[in-house]
Design a protein around this ligand. Structure first.
Ligand code: FPP
Length: 248
């Protein structure tokens, strides 16, 4: 008997290499359940690690997640402290699992604001990046204290410095060179960006890198985003006709 490929089957030859997520809706998920916002972040962190595993099994090479933006510092200190403590806890609790699943952690954004009371989180992040640097199952790229405008300004500053100190010439500045100054340097281009919770904006996330990325906005709150949801998004991605500005 010949089994026909069902039309809802994922095409494993066309899996997005790099998927970025705006993990939104933790607070609303918690509120709907009569829970504190912190419970939403806790559930969201669980979702993140199971998603990295699911993505790896589907053949995705890099997952980038927006964990804490340069604008998130405007939240009340209690919530910031909770998110930071949660990160520290999960980096410890998920340590073995990350190693077992061959997950390489890297980061975009900067750790320069993690001083004083936040120094221990800084050390944990540096440790997990270092301890997983030789893993090659999937890269989990965490955007932490990340803002795309901040990233672009830093790139411009560094390019200007290199011009001033004669390492590059103004005429050599082009898209390829500019990208080497971005924090995503070395990662494959982002094929798919998914934002959960129904919001439809970029919120200062990877403005340069998403220029030709397919985008999916789903109403599911982040803590409920599971392997089935991921597969649905990949199927939707596979239906899209990516033309990069070319004609049909
Ligand atoms: C957005 O939901 C979520 C965040 C700003 C925090 C996301 C952080 C985690 C999931 C933990 C990350 C852990 C690691 C290890 C990286 P929201 O609070 O804006 O939700 P709302 O819009 O419904 O209020």
């Amino acid at each position: 008997m010949i089994f026909k490929k069902a039309k809802f089957d994922i095409d494993y030859n066309n899996i997005p290499k790099h998927v970025a997520f705006i993990m939104d809706g933790n607070g609303r998920w918690a509120k709907n359940k009569g829970l504190m916002r912190s419970a939403g972040h806790k559930a969201g962190a669980e979702t993140l690690f199971s998603l990295a595993k699911d993505a790896k099994e589907l053949g995705v090479e890099v997952v980038t997640v927006y964990a804490f933006s340069t604008e998130n510092w405007k939240r009340n200190k209690e919530e910031i402290n909770y998110i930071f403590k949660l990160m520290e806890t999960v980096f410890e609790e998920k340590y073995e699992e990350m190693q077992k699943n061959n997950i390489k952690v890297r980061m975009i954004g900067t750790l320069d604001r993690l001083v004083g009371e936040y120094d221990s989180l800084k050390k944990k992040i540096e440790k997990i990046i270092d301890d997983t640097k030789n893993n090659d199952g999937i890269t989990l790229n965490i955007a932490f204290n990340y803002g795309s405008k901040d990233e672009i300004i830093r790139a411009v500053r560094n390019i200007s410095k290199d011009v001033k100190e004669d390492r590059i010439k103004i005429d050599e500045i082009n898209e390829d060179l500019f990208e080497t100054y971005l924090m995503t340097h070395g990662l494959p281009k982002i094929d798919l960006m998914i934002r959960t919770s129904g919001e439809q904006r970029l919120s200062n996330f990877l403005l340069w890198q998403l220029a030709y990325t397919e985008m999916i906005f789903t109403s599911t709150y982040w803590p409920d985003f599971n392997s089935k949801e991921l597969k649905k998004c990949i199927l939707e991605y596979q239906k899209r006709d990516r033309r990069y500005g070319n004609a049909k």
